[in-house]
Design a protein around this ligand. Structure first.
Ligand code: ADP
Length: 187
């Protein structure tokens, strides 16, 4: 099973993704986590990505595409994967489809959209800012990330809808309720 998680920053992709990992026993590929790890480790890739991340902008396509391709080629991803934070624009989605073909893997089964209203998103991200102190969880950067999401990532809903793969789940409520909704639409 290959699933793409779609949703605004703070919509719960990371949290629900972990639950899907536990449930299906397939790995989660999070470009955000991979990039933060690269920044923390001070690698060349991390140095290239940092400025864009701190500003709430997208990191260059070739960087994230390289991360995903390397990860999808590993043994544990052969039976499936949960993609969190990738693809984030139409170009990445098209590359992903080609990449899976090239790797000899089945296509994406479903794109799960976690729908959460803007007010709730801002509230959650400001809350996370206090608890985790992520460099990009500052109010002006948060607003910019939401704009980038609306401009560049939201059109992916249409991309997957046209392929008949889009399922939408209300992302507000208890974590378990949301997870049950996700399992429901994946059946
Ligand atoms: P959130 O969903 O909360 O915005 P992520 O952890 O998914 O956070 O991503 C954090 C940052 O990492 C993004 O704002 C962006 O700079 C970078 N990033 C993550 N995934 C991608 C991607 N697929 N393409 C480009 N940049 C990305």
């Amino acid at each position: 099973m290959r699933i793409v998680l779609l949703g605004a920053p703070g919509s719960g992709k990371g949290t629900q993704g972990e639950k899907l990992v536990a449930h299906f026993g397939i790995p989660k590929i999070s470009t955000g986590d991979a990039l933060r790890a690269a920044v923390a480790a001070g690698t060349e890739l991390g140095k290239k990505a940092k400025a864009a991340m701190d500003a709430g902008q997208l990191v260059a396509n070739e960087i994230v595409i390289g991360i995903v391709e390397e990860r999808l080629a590993q043994a544990d991803a052969q039976k499936g994967a949960i993609l969190d934070g990738f693809p984030r624009n139409t170009a990445q989605a098209e590359v992903l489809d080609g990449m899976l073909r090239r790797l000899g893997q089945p296509a994406i089964d479903k794109a799960v959209h976690l729908a959460v209203n803007d007010e709730e998103i801002i509230k959650r991200l400001l809350d996370r800012a206090q608890k985790e102190g992520r460099a990009d969880d500052k109010e002006d950067v948060i607003r910019h990330r939401i704009k980038v999401y609306n401009d560049e990532t939201h059109p992916l809903l249409d991309y997957y809808a046209k392929q008949g793969k889009l399922v939408t789940v209300q992302g507000v409520g208890s974590l378990d309720d949301i997870f049950q909704r996700i399992l429901g639409v994946l059946k």
